[in-house]
Design a protein around this ligand. Structure first.
Ligand code: HEM
Length: 217
């Protein structure tokens, strides 16, 4: 695909509505599954796990926007990032709600006890608690209110969310020693965060070189 074609697809006014509808498909299919009783012998487990998977997938898609934009030069990709981030928070909230309702019967003292007792639940809760303020401040008015520098610093917490999400997944699968999918998602997150680290250190080295040149001059 030529770059101009890719650019016009990303910039097209239908792209955002299409992405919005596409992002709702997993939630719609799972809702239909609950209502029609087609989620298998353990519907609560299927629902909670599928929503967890979709949270992680949307998190990876959100983190992929900047590296893809920098690598391809398609600046317009940035306009999709906020929606992907909000869908990450949406699926995380559904994942937690399904756990709270179907696993814990919405008994809050039991939920608090479970968070304290099971490390993978504690780590998942930490990821969710970090994610919610990012979703709440993803609007232009919040950027103006916080100022761009503070907003950017706050939104770096998404990297901690990604690391906690992988740890949550790893810990959950550790009991069954089933690490195949964890390794795939771990590699994707490592690649997406590694790209940023590499660019940041390269940038820092460039500025250091610039500094030493101007000191000599
Ligand atoms: C950003 C936040 C979170 C992400 C990305 C996430 C992701 C995941 C993933 C990928 C799975 C595994 C699904 C599978 O086996 O295919 C999972 C399972 C699970 N998560 Fe989360 N999660 C998050 C937050 C939470 C929170 C806040 C809770 C509850 C307080 C929670 C409770 C669970 C439970 C109960 C399971 C299933 C365990 C089982 O079936 O044995 N997660 N999560």
């Amino acid at each position: 695909m030529s770059r101009t074609l890719a650019q016009s697809i990303v910039q097209h006014r239908a792209t955002k509505p299409v992405l919005f509808v596409a992002a709702l498909i997993p939630a719609t299919l799972l809702t239909i599954g609950v209502v029609a009783h087609t989620l298998g012998p353990n519907p609560a487990e299927t629902l909670i796990r599928s929503l967890g998977d979709w949270t992680l997938r949307f998190l990876c898609l959100t983190l992929a926007v900047t590296p893809l934009r920098q690598w391809s030069g398609l600046q317009a990709l940035a306009r999709l990032r906020r929606m992907l981030g909000l869908f990450t928070a949406f699926y995380a909230a559904l994942h937690f709600s399904a756990y709270a309702v179907f696993d814990m019967g919405l008994v809050w003292p039991d939920i608090v006890r479970d968070v304290a007792k099971r490390p993978f639940i504690l780590v998942g809760s930490a990821a969710l608690l970090l994610l919610l303020p990012l979703a709440a401040t993803s609007f232009n008015r919040a950027i103006r209110w916080l100022g761009p520098a503070r907003w950017q610093r706050l939104h770096r917490a998404v990297y901690a969310v990604a690391l906690l999400a992988i740890l949550h997944f790893f810990w959950m699968r550790a009991g069954k020693r089933n690490f195949g999918e964890v390794a795939v998602y771990g590699a994707i997150v490592a690649l997406l965060l590694g790209w940023r680290l590499l660019r940041a250190t390269r940038g820092a080295r460039y500025f250091m070189k610039l500094g030493s040149h101007s000191a000599k001059g």
